[in-house]
Write a protein that binds this ligand. Structure first.
Ligand code: RB5
Length: 149
């Protein structure tokens, strides 16, 4: 599985840990930056990761900022992105199974490294269930299509 990952300055250190963990677990990782802890702006990385996901160049995206909130909001502005901001594994798993999320976000100021790994595992190992959830995803797409030209 190919994963794109991006972060702002606050998410940089946690991003390094997650990239290492993903590679150890044989995921192919595209790291779009930010590559240090100097101040930057999270929408840049949300856009880069989201574009790779919607173009199909990667299977899924992971985003990290201070809370995971700003970067997930920005990702959700990209047509075709369903990003979840998670601080625990249960919602991460269900967000894939029910909502077919294609981007996972979390906050480096909110969770520690081991919980971030657990959330990542839970999300990456989950599969979209389809069925009754498909209708709701289609309804989300209808909203999207009515907003974006
Ligand atoms: C940066 O200070 C901070 O606002 C950012 O990392 C993130 O938490 C935004 O949601």
């Amino acid at each position: 599985m190919k994963i794109a990952i991006g972060n702002d300055h606050v998410g940089y250190e946690l991003k390094c840990e997650i990239v290492k963990y993903l590679k150890e677990n044989n995921y192919e990782v595209t790291d779009v930056g930010h590559y240090d802890s100097n101040r930057t702006d999270y929408p840049l990385y949300a856009k880069m990761v989201s574009d790779l996901v919607v173009k199909g160049e990667v299977d899924r995206g992971i985003l990290i900022c201070g809370t995971g909130v700003g970067i997930s909001i920005a990702a959700n502005k990209v047509k075709g992105i369903r990003a979840v901001c998670c601080s625990e594994p249960y919602s991460a798993k269900l967000s894939k199974e029910h909502n077919n999320t294609n981007v996972l976000a979390f906050g480096a100021r909110v969770i520690g490294v081991e919980l971030a790994k657990m959330i990542t595992d839970s999300w990456l190992n989950a599969e979209y269930e389809g069925g009754r959830h498909g209708k709701r995803i289609d309804m989300i797409k209808d909203i999207e299509n009515s907003q974006f030209k």
